[in-house]
Design a protein around this ligand. Structure first.
Ligand SMILES: C[S@@+](CC[C@H](N)C(=O)[O-])C[C@H]1O[C@@H](n2cnc3c(N)ncnc32)[C@H](O)[C@@H]1O
Length: 204
């Protein structure tokens, strides 16, 4: 049996990615206002995935104040990537635009005030990566809409798959012929849901 570190929560809390003042401000605002953001571990994961895959086109569903978008933008901008992020709340979309400007990512990111389920059928082209973080009961409906929008070999990352409301999506992607997926149940300090599931899927 391998020796696992003592008290893994304390141990991994020390290894959370560092953030600059802007991201720390957004985390403090989210805490104060109860805005469910991904936090620094999933944020760091978004950065790593966008950078490692050299994603040129990223679609994000659920912007809120732009916290996760900034991690994605910092990951993809070096390789000239672009992000379209959808948010149906007008105030949130405006806050996100301001925060993305503070991060010097306005050239990289387009924030679109839109209801994702209404907007997706009108999108054309294909994306290298999709990050899904809207209402969890809508994940199942969106899955079918995403199939033509993710290029073969492209990545779908869905947050909060430990929520009961994500169950229909989890069952659907588990048995879908067009996706190969894996679910990871993780300890995620400062994530909305400190213990939660994440679904990673590649489009076949
Ligand atoms: C969990 S928060 C997003 C957090 C953000 N991804 C982050 O980590 O910084 C979900 C956001 O999605 C928006 N939203 C929920 N359902 C939506 C839908 N169907 N279309 C567009 N936006 C939606 C909500 O208004 C909310 O701001």
């Amino acid at each position: 049996m391998p020796d696992i570190v003592e008290n893994p929560e304390n141990y991994f809390r020390q290894l959370v990615p560092e953030r600059d003042a802007l991201l720390m401000d957004l985390e403090a605002e989210a805490d104060a206002e109860g805005i469910p953001i991904v936090g620094p571990v999933v944020g760091g994961l978004l950065f790593v995935l966008a950078r490692a895959t050299r994603a040129q086109s990223i679609l994000e569903l659920g912007t809120a104040t732009g916290y996760s978008t900034i991690w994605l933008g910092r990951g993809c901008s070096q390789a000239g990537g672009r992000i379209l992020t959808l948010e149906y709340d007008a105030d949130m979309a405006e806050r996100a635009r301001k925060n993305i400007a503070r991060a010097n990512l306005s050239e990289t990111v387009s924030v679109c005030r839109a209801e994702a389920i209404e907007m997706l059928p009108g999108l054309t082209g294909q994306y290298d990566m999709v990050f899904m973080d809207i209402e969890k009961q809508d994940y199942r409906a969106v899955l079918g809409q995403l199939e033509p929008l993710v290029r073969p070999g492209g990545l779908l990352l869905a947050d909060n798959t430990g929520f009961k409301d994500a169950d229909a999506f989890n069952q659907a992607i588990f048995s879908a012929s067009g996706w190969e997926s894996v679910q990871i149940f993780s300890y995620l300090p400062k994530h909305s849901g400190i213990y939660d599931g994440l679904c990673f899927a590649v489009r076949l």
